[in-house]
Design a protein around this ligand. Structure first.
Ligand SMILES: [Zn+2]
Length: 389
């Protein structure tokens, strides 16, 4: 890969012919159309999302004469460059000189570019940027792009995958799943955690359809002209969840709905009964893991491990053990109530505390509370045999 350092390109040059797409939230072109600011592998514009502090900081740095860091261009051919790194900074510059946002002046007043004094305007436009122009094969550039972390915010996994597998499939997928203007985002965000701009909705859709093999899937579909399969699968999962669980609870966000869909979507559920069960479990103080409620219900309400039902504490177990053992010794029977009945080799065995486990007399799932009245100690064998109720 060949790199050339350019130090004569000014903000004026860069912002010449700057186009900002409000709908997609990104800078498109600069350098009189020669520069593509946001190639397919770039992330969406996120400098404006923290209340604009970062984009204002870019302008303030320039006014104070501070460097804004190295910028990298990829030389596609003699007439075309694309931004490899620095897209956020360039978009901030372009947005500012086209009056898309204001900075605060020394009197804390909002100041737009068009209202600035000439000397300040010239200071901004005349600032020279430090730019590396790189020339190399597509794979060299991508490999290198994958390893640089000079951007203010490191790329996350899906952003890297978008860079590595850039092409028509990524472009179309981003229009659907990384577009904050998409009216479906609000509905989706009831089930999906993360940020649309940071490609986390796209990552989730891809994870579901690929059964967790996102890289392979993106590689196979890289030059596809449609994303029908991805959309169809994603919508099937969302439609399924929202028809089985009619209540929307905050714990639903970020659950592995794709895996649950694969496992359970062929089973029939009664949404009214499901809703009543969800509400019951939400009201149950012994359920520690509310996120597990949904899978628990889907699986037929048997696997209580998913709910992390509160267990008896040590003090309760020790006092129940002491009582049970004292009474058993008087009767010369085993201190495990199940060993003591019927004919078996352990009928008279006194187990040590460590050889026993606590059990709900009335099962938690049948309304039995986790209180000492409902606690009995069983030998480990009997406790296991009684199972996970
Ligand atoms: Zn026993």
């Amino acid at each position: 890969m060949k790199t050339t350092l350019e130090s004569e390109i000014t903000v004026r040059d860069i912002c010449e012919g700057f186009v900002y797409n409000e709908l997609e939230g990104k800078g498109l072109f600069g350098l009189s159309g020669k520069l593509t600011i946001q190639p397919e592998y770039q992330r969406n514009y996120i400098y404006a999302s923290d209340g604009g502090k970062k984009e204002m900081a870019v302008i303030e740095s320039i006014l104070k004469g501070y460097p804004i860091g190295l910028i990298y261009f990829n030389k596609v051919d003699d007439d075309n460059l694309e931004v490899l790194d620095g897209q956020q900074r360039i978009t901030s510059l372009g947005r500012f000189v086209t009056d898309k946002f204001a900075i605060k002046d020394e009197n804390d007043m909002e100041q737009y570019y068009s209202g600035m004094a000439c000397d300040k305007k010239n200071k901004i436009l005349g600032t020279k940027l430090l730019i590396y122009e790189c020339e190399g094969t597509e794979s060299e550039i991508k490999e290198w792009f994958k390893t640089i972390n000079i951007a203010g915010v490191p790329l996350n996994n899906q952003e890297l995958l978008n860079a590595v597998y850039s092409g028509s499939f990524v472009t179309l997928s981003k229009e659907e799943f990384s577009n904050s203007q998409n009216a479906n985002i609000q509905k989706w965000s009831a089930y999906i955690k993360g940020s649309v701009n940071r490609q986390e909705f796209l990552g989730c859709a891809l994870k579901w359809v690929s059964k967790d093999n996102i890289g392979d899937y993106m590689s196979c579909h890289r030059f596809d002209r449609n994303i029908n399969e991805l959309k169809k699968y994603f919508n099937s999962v969302i439609d399924w969840v929202s028809s089985v669980f009619t209540d929307v609870e905050s714990e639903m966000r970020g659950i592995e709905w794709g895996r649950l869909y694969e496992e359970y979507h062929k089973k029939a559920y009664n949404p009214t009964k499901v809703s009543a069960e969800v509400q019951n479990l939400y009201a149950d103080p012994y359920v520690k893991n509310r996120k597990g409620i949904f899978e628990y219900i889907l699986g037929g309400s048997v696997d209580t491990k998913l709910l992390q039902v509160r267990v008896f504490d040590e003090a309760t177990k020790k006092s129940v053990y002491a009582n049970q053992t004292a009474q058993a010794k008087v009767k010369d029977l085993s201190n495990c109530p199940l060993c003591s009945v019927g004919e078996n080799v352990n009928k008279n065995k006194i187990w040590s505390f460590g050889e026993m486990d606590a059990d709900h007399v009335a099962a938690w799932s049948k309304g039995g509370a986790t209180v000492s009245k409902n606690c009995q100690m069983l030998c480990k064998t009997h406790n296991r045999a009684k199972g996970n109720r």
